[in-house]
Ligand binder design. Structure first.
Ligand code: FAD
Length: 502
């Protein structure tokens, strides 16, 4: 039976997993959950932007969301502003909401593209029909209506949070729920000679800890999955060449923007994440195209406040562990995989892995069929995210540096080639199993990069251009009005969002 669970690592992944296991394990069969980490080693200290699925996680662990927001000095995130990705000086916005209103079963993006082809209506931009984006770009936000009247009323929100404070909050909750915490440094794992499974881990102070199931949340080190069980890492650097980051917080000034800024730079991009007490900044870059010194200089040239800490340098190899669940070890968090921070998928992958593990919870910790399903789904999920991230780079019109010339000429994954071909052909979204990002997210990036369907839905032939124009203009005006009337201040925005959250 799986009764004793040992989690190695107390970063975001370790504490999210510990809390979820105690809150959601099968009723009547409590688990003995122990988490081991090392204060001397610390955690990665980045991972501050989330996607709306964070609210699903918080609901699932019955979190006190206002307390979490207070403790982790969180701000609201309604999407990401992409600056200079299509071309220098151009911006597009990936908001967490739908566009316009579909008509007669035809998606709004098709209706608008048809209208533009009919009467050249270039004054109507798709982004104007995304209420979530329009509010965020004005520094405003209103809670999503309980009774949406059109597609554009359907949107969600997420959080920016201080990674260290977030982990501390989770830790307090997990300890209060019965998780046992041990501070110590991992030394080695004992592996059963017949089973090949881990039977115990030993810490450098000699303590030996046995368990039925081991969860590897030890970050990039992958102490159990990589080092003890020798699972290989699959690198996707040929598709996603950014492999380093330098992060540095600065003092904040003025109200926090309710979105992350992702600005493309000559060999990667930089993030700007506003929190209540500071701004998180980072530059993600490809070491094949830029030196560490240049990367830091460029980051600091864009920072708009006094630096609050020394730069934090991080190296990574974009990719994933070949199999995250092997025998009685499940890898969650950076030990399982990391592509890069664009679109903020690290924390949502942790939540999704926890969900999968709980759904497939093994009575016998060695359950090959359950492990195979976990691994199959995890790989599909990573591949879908990979394709979405590659899209951001591959269709850029930038050719102003070696990095951009390289990345726009590189071959694409076959799955992305197919998606793009179908969208280009008639504006249809290919939906695979285990997509993290839904149609409206793909649309935001397609449209932002100037990808337009060549042919449109044949049902549009029923429409009259003048009627469609009138309807679109009225909708555009209504959305802009609502965006301008939405609450402005951070505190008010969060308070109102919380009335319907999560
Ligand atoms: C540059 C960058 C930016 C990112 N930005 C985002 C973002 O905006 N949004 C997002 O969702 N995700 C982001 N991520 C991903 C996010 O940071 C991680 O998914 C998240 O922090 C989880 O990390 P972790 O807990 O797996 O690993 P870590 O935080 O590295 O934790 C590892 C734990 O293992 C422990 N440990 C290690 N070795 C030992 C040992 N020998 N003995 C005992 N304990 C040990 C450490 O003490 C620590 O507690 C980013 C990642 C990077 C690299």
């Amino acid at each position: 039976m799986t009764e004793r669970v040992l989690i190695l690592g107390g970063g975001t992944a370790g504490w999210m997993t510990a809390l979820a296991l105690t809150k959601r394990a099968r009723p009547g069969r409590p688990l003995a959950v122990t988490l081991v980490d090392s204060a001397a080693i610390g955690s990665i200290g980045v991972g501050e932007a989330t996607v709306p699925a964070i609210l699903d996680y918080l609901t699932s662990v019955q979190a006190d969301v206002p307390a979490l927001i207070r403790d982790s000095r969180a701000t609201l995130k309604a999407g990401i502003a992409f600056q200079d990705w299509r071309a220098i000086g151009q911006r597009y916005f990936h908001g967490f909401g739908l566009y316009g209103a579909s008509a007669g079963g035809v998606g709004f993006h098709q209706v608008l593209a048809w209208l533009q082809a009919q009467d050249g209506g270039q004054d109507l931009r798709l982004e104007d029909f995304n209420l979530c984006a329009q509010m965020a770009l004005r520094g405003r936000f209103a809670a999503p209506p309980a009774q949406p009247e059109a597609d554009h009323d359907i949107y969600r929100w997420a959080l920016h949070l201080d990674a260290g404070l977030f982990a501390q909050h989770l830790r307090r909750q997990a300890l209060g729920s019965g998780v046992q915490h041990l501070d110590g440094v991992f030394e080695h794992a004992d592996i059963g000679p017949d089973s090949g499974a881990i039977t115990a881990i030993t810490l450098t102070d000699g303590r030996r800890l046995e368990a039925d199931l081991f969860i590897d949340c030890s970050g990039f080190r992958g102490l159990l999955i990589r080092q003890a069980l020798r699972q290989p890492w699959v690198s996707w650097r040929h598709w996603l060449p950014c492999d380093r980051a330098v992060a540095q917080p600065t003092a904040g000034s003025g109200p926090a923007t309710p979105y992350t800024l992702a600005q493309a730079l000559p060999a990667g991009w930089r993030w700007r994440i506003p929190l209540q007490h500071r701004i998180g900044n980072g530059h993600v870059y490809a070491s094949a195209f830029m030196s560490d010194e240049q990367a830091l200089q460029l980051l600091q040239a864009h920072q708009d406040g006094e630096a609050l800490a020394e730069p934090n340098w991080i190296r990574f190899d974009p990719g994933h562990i070949a199999q995250p669940w092997v025998r009685n070890v499940v890898a969650i968090g950076l030990s399982a995989g990391f592509l890069e921070p664009l679109e903020s998928t690290g924390i949502t992958l942790i939540h999704s892995a926890i969900d999968k593990l709980l759904a497939l919870w093994p009575d016998d910790p060695q359950a090959p069929a359950l492990a195979a399903e976990f691994n199959r789904a995890s790989l599909l999920e990573m591949e879908r995210i990979r394709d979405f991230l590659v899209l951001h780079y591959a269709l850029s019109e930038r050719r102003d540096s070696e990095f951009w010339r390289h990345i726009t000429a590189a071959p694409l994954p076959d799955t992305l080639v197919h998606k793009l071909a179908v969208y280009r052909a008639n504006g249809h979204f290919v939906r695979h199993e285990w997509e993290t990002f839904q149609d409206h997210s793909w649309l935001a990036v397609y449209d932002g990069l100037g990808v337009r369907p060549q042919q449109l839905d044949a049902r549009l032939a029923r429409f009259q251009a003048a009627d469609v124009r009138q309807g679109c203009e009225a909708m555009q005006a209504a959305i802009l009005r609502r965006a301008e009337q939405a609450p402005l201040s951070d505190a008010e925005v969060l308070a109102r969002a919380l009335q319907v959250a999560p």
